[in-house]
Design a protein around this ligand. Structure first.
Ligand SMILES: C[S@@+](CC[C@H](N)C(=O)[O-])C[C@H]1O[C@@H](n2cnc3c(N)ncnc32)[C@H](O)[C@@H]1O
Length: 368
């Protein structure tokens, strides 16, 4: 508790006094000052945290330590060719950030988060993507995007995907980043009951989700449709997991009417990249694949929902990200997805929360 917090009376709910009327007096002004102070701390903290993570990666600290190895600060300074005192202060901060831990002799080792900052790991990839010139350019043009109604960093493309594909380093990091977002929900989806045996994952990325589902149930076969460059990554993943014989990897456009019949069609983090018109085309194609599938065929949409007014969730941050990187891409509320499904001749029959802040929306063909 800070000194300011101690001085404060218990805050009234939502700016209202105990008697219920709105408090416009000095109390409200004081609350506002504290809120601003906290916001400034959060903002400056987030900025230096990101820079610290980038420095941790560029100093190569995680590369010098095995998972269960501990080394002194002086030792790490020597290996990383750093000033010993600066390194000691930096490691103290990385310990506080949960990136490093210490043993009983005060030597430093990596936490699981620190291990995830090794080249090729999930946090390293996410950091690499969001600090890449493309993502940074897109974020910096948010105000221009708000004024003109279109993203400014895409060189005329509708999505960043062609630009990502043209940069193999960024493409690799993006695939790992997406895969790490998907692993938690993949396990949850694989545990569900599957009616029928054919599972199609449209825009299925590097196959993290579909390979987890197929590995969990020998009866199932899969179809994955992706852009050519990403389809090649998925084919490699299926081969590595011994699943190549049970899955058709199709390098094609998800908006082409080419999905074979399926009992379950999955689209995870796909619809939020597109405008309503594109999504209606996509959903109509998915409906046709389901109609050619079994009588109990289902569409499984996975998205991060936009919360109600005044509520901050990752859906809010993602919506701004979509604004800067996708022409027409946006997060939506559950009623907005329901409306899209209805327009495409599908009916939402259920929704449930998944790990990672995602929501599963289940739809069937036909209308109520
Ligand atoms: C946000 S990622 C989600 C990937 C995966 N479903 C997941 O949850 O990890 C969207 C995916 O859609 C793919 N995609 C975008 N446009 C596409 C198109 N026109 N045809 C096929 N795939 C496309 C991208 O390559 C990307 O892998």
């Amino acid at each position: 508790m800070s000194a300011d917090d101690r001085d404060m009376p218990a805050p009234p709910v939502e700016g209202a006094t105990a008697a219920g009327e709105i408090d416009n007096g000095p109390f409200a002004a004081r609350q506002q000052a504290i809120t601003t102070q906290k916001a400034i701390q959060q903002m400056t903290g987030a900025d230096i945290w990101l820079k610290a993570l980038q420095s941790f990666v560029s100093l190569g600290i995680a590369d010098t330590l095995d998972d269960d190895e501990f080394r002194t600060s002086d030792d790490l300074a020597k290996v990383c060719q750093a000033d010993p005192q600066m390194m000691d202060r930096f490691l103290h901060a990385m310990h506080a950030y949960g990136v490093m831990t210490t043993d009983e002799r005060g030597r430093y080792g990596l936490t699981p988060l620190g291990q995830d900052l090794r080249p090729g790991a999930a946090m390293w990839a996410a950091l690499g993507v969001i600090t890449s010139p493309l993502w940074q350019r897109a974020g910096a043009s948010l105000a221009a995007t708000i004024c003109t109604g279109r993203p400014h960093a895409l060189n005329g493309e509708a999505t960043p995907y062609p630009l990502v594909a043209a940069d193999p380093g960024l493409a690799g990091m993006f695939a790992t980043f997406m895969s790490s977002r998907t692993i938690g929900l993949a396990t949850a989806l694989a545990a569900r009951d599957f009616s029928g045996t054919r599972v199609a994952d449209l825009g299925g990325g590097d196959g993290t989700l579909l390979s987890t589902i197929l590995a969990g149930d020998q009866r199932l076969t899969g179809i994955l449709i992706e852009r050519t460059d990403v389809a090649a990554r998925a084919a490699t993943r299926f081969a590595e997991r011994g699943l190549a014989g049970r899955v058709d990897v199709i390098a094609d456009d998800i908006f082409a009417d080419t999905c074979p019949p399926a009992d379950v069609v999955i689209a995870a983090s796909v619809l939020h990249n597109w405008d309503d018109a594109s999504n209606l085309r996509f959903l109509s194609n998915a409906r046709q694949a389901l109609e050619k599938g079994g009588p109990d065929a289902e569409l499984w949409l996975v998205e991060t929902l936009l919360p109600g007014p005044g509520i901050h969730t990752s859906g809010i941050d993602l919506d701004l990200r979509m604004m800067t990187l996708f022409a027409g891409g946006r997060e939506r509320t559950l009623p907005q997805y329901q409306e899209l499904l209805t327009q495409a001749g599908l009916t939402l029959i259920g929704d449930e929360s998944l790990p990672g802040g995602f929501t599963l929306m289940i739809a069937i063909t036909g209308s109520d």
